[in-house]
Design a protein around this ligand. Structure first.
Ligand code: SF4
Length: 461
């Protein structure tokens, strides 16, 4: 890692080899073909003023969804979003609860809150639709990256975009080992990227998209394909024969904080249907995950220590039950028909916090109205805004299989299916009726519409 304290020094030292030639090569490569995305349209297509506004709305929504989230994950969310709210007026009129419900599983819920608030401001009588980077920056939740992306791609403004992909490509083009998030680095990437879209750039939007595409498909983090790279002729790293993995400079990551949570899957029968309990914590401090997004959660209690004793865990589950039931009660045989516990804690990540969630399932014989929760059947769960933990916990508690791990090896073709990993926690657990004990949650069940999603930060647990 290089320590540079002066931005002007850094700018001179790491100037791109030949920015004009790099942009020309990038555009030629872009024109030969690029990935099709639901939010993309070709800059060569004729477009009316009204279509351009819709295009800007689509790019805006897509860029917000893509922050911290992979393209493959965003695409179906984007399609569902546009089917419901195809323009800013539709989004502005949408109930907040509906917007959050559709966003469930994408994480970073403030993004959708700000999107809706931004749409409401732009749909208000007399509001001016933004067409420049400066005006987009005034929209709620829109930062420098999104403002530059919309204004360059849709309105042809010559301004650079800088995201993680662009930082990687630019640092390699310049063979620059300045720490990406250092004070100098934070300014340097914008200035270097600006060399690729100068004020007189003919197609700044395509140049920016080509840079992002190059970072996502060729100059990747783990496996840069320098031999096939369209800009290798002007790449300093390639010219020096250096290993691209040197750039950008690695930075120390904050150590994740481990937190234990005890959560309950409360299940009962209502009007002939199996229903489950969700509760909406009254504010951030009441949420076991310290979420301020106003999401529905399972009744849960946050434990202080990452490795609680069985007694602590039991007390926490009691507290979660007590909090859910009006008037308070122990989770004992008076109201509990059966209880099981997922054999393994469910892993869940929110930014740098790693949660280990012990999930206990209680089949109740109590009156559902005695509980301060909402009862939903499987088909209705997807209509509420929930953290992705809810889906994972339900799966662990009901199906018993642990959620898929990131980069998990594929199962062997002939491997027998494992039995559900749910264990009774009390020797005296009462057998329960088959319909209550095993609601349909496997393939083809109503749960199919309820995304078993990665964590809030997009990291598959
Ligand atoms: S030549 Fe290699 S390191 Fe340089 S931009 Fe291309 S893929 Fe990245």
């Amino acid at each position: 890692m290089v320590n540079v304290v002066d931005i002007e020094d850094a700018y001179k030292t790491y100037a791109l080899r030949d920015a004009a030639a790099t942009t020309k090569d990038l555009l030629k490569w872009w024109d030969r073909g690029h990935r099709s995305m639901p939010w993309r349209r070709e800059s060569t297509e004729p477009v009316s003023a009204a279509e351009r506004t819709t295009w800007a709305y689509r790019v805006w929504v897509s860029e917000v969804m893509l922050q911290q989230t992979q393209v493959s994950r965003v695409a179906p969310y984007f399609e569902r979003w546009m089917a419901k709210w195809p323009d800013v007026h539709a989004l502005a009129a949408a109930p907040e609860e509906d917007v959050q419900a559709l966003w469930s599983g994408l994480g970073y819920y403030r993004r959708c809150k700000f999107l809706r608030e931004g749409a409401a401001a732009l749909a208000a009588p007399g509001a001016q639709w933004p067409t420049t980077r400066a005006d987009w920056l005034k929209v709620k939740g829109v930062g420098p990256y999104t403002a530059a992306a919309v204004s360059s791609i849709v309105y042809g403004e010559a301004c650079p975009v800088v995201d993680g992909n662009v930082v990687r490509v630019v640092s390699r083009l310049a063979a620059c080992g300045v720490a990406p998030s250092s004070t100098v680095g934070a300014k340097l990437w914008w200035r270097l990227a600006a060399q690729l879209v100068p004020a007189d750039a003919a197609r700044p939007g395509d140049a920016n998209q080509a840079m992002m595409e190059l970072g996502a498909t060729v100059c990747t983090k783990a496996n840069p394909a320098c031999g096939d790279c369209p800009v290798k002729a002007t790449c300093a790293t390639h010219e020096k024969g250096e290993d691209p993995a040197r750039y950008p400079a690695a930075e120390a990551k904050a150590k994740p904080v481990k937190v234990a949570v005890a959560a309950l899957v409360l299940q009962t029968e209502r009007l002939g249907k199996t229903v489950f309990a969700l509760a909406k914590p009254a504010g951030k401090d009441a949420s076991a995950f310290r979420s301020d997004a106003s999401l529905y959660e399972l009744p849960a209690v946050r434990l202080g220590a990452p490795d609680p004793t069985p007694a602590h865990l039991d007390a926490a589950l009691d507290a979660a039950f007590d909090g859910a039931r009006r008037g308070g009660a122990r989770r004992d045989a008076e109201v509990v028909l059966a209880r099981t516990r997922a054999a393994k804690a469910v892993a869940h990540s929110i930014t740098s916090t790693r949660y280990a969630v012990t999930v206990e399932r209680l089949v109740l014989r109590a009156d559902p109205d005695d509980f301060d929760v909402v009862w939903l059947d499987a088909a209705d769960l997807a209509t509420r805004a929930t953290s992705s933990l809810v889906a994972k916990a339900l799966k662990a508690a009901l199906v018993g299989a642990a959620p898929a791990k990131k980069r998990q090896a594929p199962p062997k073709a002939a491997a027998p299916k494992k039995a559900p990993r749910v264990v009774p926690i009390a020797a005296e657990a009462v057998p329960i009726a088959a319909s209550a004990a095993a609601p349909a949650v496997a393939t083809g069940s109503p749960f199919a519409s309820f995304a078993f999603a990665p964590d809030e930060d997009g990291v598959a647990a």
